[in-house]
Design a protein around this ligand. Structure first.
Ligand code: TXA
Ligand code: MG
Length: 344
């Protein structure tokens, strides 16, 4: 199959993409977070094609992408007032809400759950495609399952060229990490995945918020993941990744003592001078966590190279958007964290 690369401002892009979706095909769509691999979320055969293209475990449900709360009402029931308040504050934007699913949502889409994830993305062309296809578009991150997410059209083609009907080239994704996921089917609401909307922004609307254990720690073998996707190894290059925590100086001392020739250091731009001889790769500025979000997945993809033995990673602290970077990096590192302050 020849994968079409559609330009967002070309006059027939929306019509072509919507027709492919209606016909049960796959279109990779730009969003402000990451590229999604889109298909008709109400057509189980189309959703099956997403699972096949990604190599995704069948129990890992999809997010349905919508144009707003009016469409959510056609997909969900018992929608609490706080869902409307969150949508008013943060949609279109990097926020996904879990709500009770109506009967007609295919089990393929929900992974057999009674709930469904919904999100209104902040990309005009993608919302136009949703409206023109007259359905809700299921779209997981467009990476192959387990790999770092796709934040450019090149990443999408690297993973899916020749396997999907089309991709819309929306340039590099502005936020760079996937949406915040909040489960509104319990009280207080539960944060399942941190993203561009921070815990503080959620608390402004919700008051109380529980942070799910899977956000910060590895679940035990008998623990059930509330977001099924959170139990899988994820975001990871093929080599081992270890986070080195602690002050700049202590971390650099630890890394210099352990560094071998085929290793890489994933660090902040401010730290580059410390790692001149250690093949460093900076993913953003520590002083501006938004740059770290935006650069993280492209960096993890570059490190996904069989010649690399080990990655020593520096991870930002704090509760704002850094929280999303911490979560993705910890998962990429399978929660292997070394405290350089306690070493040597
Ligand atoms: O920013 C994003 O959210 C991107 C863009 C494309 O919109 N999409 C995305 O989808 O990250 P995906 O499939 O890579 O991650 C969705 C996560 C998975 O961990 C999945 O298990 C969880 O959402 N999820 C989906 N439906 C759920 C549900 N009903 N209950 C709990 N978790 C759910
Ligand atoms: Mg994903």
């Amino acid at each position: 199959m020849n994968t079409l690369i559609l330009q967002p401002d070309a006059p027939d892009t929306v019509a072509i993409a919507a027709q492919i979706i209606r016909d049960g095909g796959l279109v990779a769509l730009p969003t402000e977070t990451v590229y999604g691999l889109g298909a008709d979320g109400l057509n189980p055969l189309a959703v099956d094609r997403i699972y096949e293209a990604k190599g995704r475990p069948k129990d890992n449900p999809m997010i349905l992408h919508v144009t707003g709360m009016e469409q959510v009402e056609t997909l969900c029931h018992h929608i609490p007032p706080c869902a409307y308040a969150l949508a008013e504050a943060y949609w279109p934007g990097p926020l996904t809400m879990i709500l009770p699913a109506r009967e007609h949502i295919p089990k393929r889409t929900t992974g057999g759950l009674s709930t469904v994830a919904v999100r209104c993305p902040d990309s005009v062309v993608t919302r136009q495609v949703i409206a023109a296809s007259a359905t809700a578009i299921a779209a997981p991150s467009a990476n192959l399952s387990g790999k770092p997410s796709t934040t450019t059209v090149q990443h999408v083609l690297h993973d899916h060229d020749g396997k999907i009907e089309a991709v819309i080239d929306g340039g590099a994704c502005r936020v760079g990490v996937e949406s915040t996921i909040v489960d509104l089917t319990e009280t207080p609401a539960r944060l399942l995945r941190p993203g561009g909307v921070t815990p503080a922004q959620l608390r402004e609307i919700l008051g109380d918020l529980t942070v799910d254990k899977a956000v910060t720690a590895q679940l035990g073998p008998d623990e059930i993941a509330r977001a099924p996707g959170m139990k899988y190894r994820h975001y990871a290059p093929q080599c081992q990744v270890v986070i080195v925590a602690g002050s700049r100086e202590k971390a650099a001392a630890y890394i210099h003592a352990h560094y071998q020739n085929s290793d890489r250091v994933l660090c902040f731009e401010e730290e580059l001078p410390l790692y001149k001889n250690c093949n460093p790769l900076a993913y953003g500025r520590e002083a501006d966590a938004r740059t770290l979000c935006a650069g993280l997945f492209a960096a993890l993809r570059e490190l996904d190279d069989p010649k690399v033995r080990m990655v020593y990673a520096r991870c930002p602290e704090g509760e704002g958007v850094s929280y999303a970077v911490q979560n993705r990096l910890k998962k990429a590192a399978a929660f292997q964290i070394i405290d350089a302050e306690e070493w040597g």
